[in-house]
Write a protein that binds this ligand. Structure first.
Ligand code: ASP
Length: 292
């Protein structure tokens, strides 16, 4: 078992900066707990799920408890995860009333031969698995996310994601979201799409956030992977290439990426991104706004 490990996370990219003291402090807490767990030998997949569940439950991000409503006032949630050790993946899309979408994505990966379940069939599957559903999702999700308080569609933010490299050298990635606030009912973004928002293999792991349609059209996470694997680009250069392409196309957002060599990228093309990481030395980095 190696001494080397990493946990990196994001709590969404945004265009309009506010006071994010609480968000940043919360990321610090998650990083400290992840450090203890990974040091103790926790598997990468468990580490990313724990971090995402923490963010979903916090109500601080537009994922899980903090999800925002679509144009009909309904809450449809998306999530995905990938285990780099065996290239297995699971995802759910447009699911209502699930407390922790990332746990449902894990169940799809572990209990079905499928990668992605959507809509009412996914809701039935979640019930069959005994994964917690909310009787009254409208009451549960953070009431401050009313349409008047959260900027609509392209201005909203708050998808969450986590990546880990564990001491066995395995990588994992997870992404969870309520999607763009004010989105059309039935709209599914990049977050539950393997290769668009989420990727993990034996070399690297990626999770994205931002205007999802641009990340889907760019197949963003897989493109970072392909630039590294087939063109030999560094993680830094591949990440910049993909994000610059999204910006040039008129999109915005960011991504986090790590590789087994220990490189970490937390990069974005917008006003900021809730982001952080910790490595084996225990020093935590957590920011929302650009570094001074
Ligand atoms: N990418 C997410 C989506 O388009 C939104 C976000 O990252 O805030 O659904």
């Amino acid at each position: 078992m190696s001494d080397k490990f990493i946990l990196a996370l994001h709590g969404g990219a945004f265009q309009k900066p506010q006071d994010y003291t609480e968000h940043t402090a919360f990321l610090e807490t998650l990083l400290k707990s992840a450090w203890r767990n990974l040091k103790g030998g926790q598997a990468a997949l468990d580490a990313v799920i724990e971090a995402v569940v923490g963010m979903e439950d916090s109500g601080l991000y537009i994922a899980g408890k903090g999800a925002g409503p679509n144009s009909e006032g309904d809450y449809e949630l998306d999530a995905s995860l990938m285990d780099g050790e065996n290239a297995k993946a699971g995802a759910i899309a447009a699911v209502r009333g699930v407390k922790n979408p990332v746990l449902a994505a894990r169940a799809v990966m572990e209990k079905t031969p499928h990668v992605l379940l959507a809509g009412t069939g996914a809701e039935r599957f979640i019930d069959e698995c005994g994964i917690e559903r909310l009787k009254d999702p409208q009451a549960y999700f953070t009431p401050s996310h009313t349409e008047s308080q959260v900027p609509k569609a392209s201005g909203s933010h708050g998808t969450v994601g986590a990546l880990a490299l564990d001491r066995d050298g395995n990588l994992a990635a997870a992404t969870s979201t309520g999607g763009l606030v004010g989105k059309k009912a039935g709209r599914v973004g990049d977050s539950p799409i393997i290769g668009a928002a989420t990727w993990a293999d034996r070399d690297l792991a990626i999770s994205t956030t931002g205007f999802g349609e641009y990340f889907m059209r760019a197949v963003a996470a897989y493109d970072v992977r392909a630039l590294c694997a087939y063109k030999g680009q560094t993680l830094e250069s591949a990440t910049a290439t993909v994000l610059d392409g999204i910006k040039d196309a008129g999109g915005w957002g960011g991504l986090i990426a790590i590789n087994k060599q220990g490189d970490i990228r937390l990069d974005y093309r917008c006003a900021g991104m809730h982001r952080g990481f910790v490595r084996e030395d225990g020093a935590t980095y957590a920011r929302s706004l650009p570094d001074a």
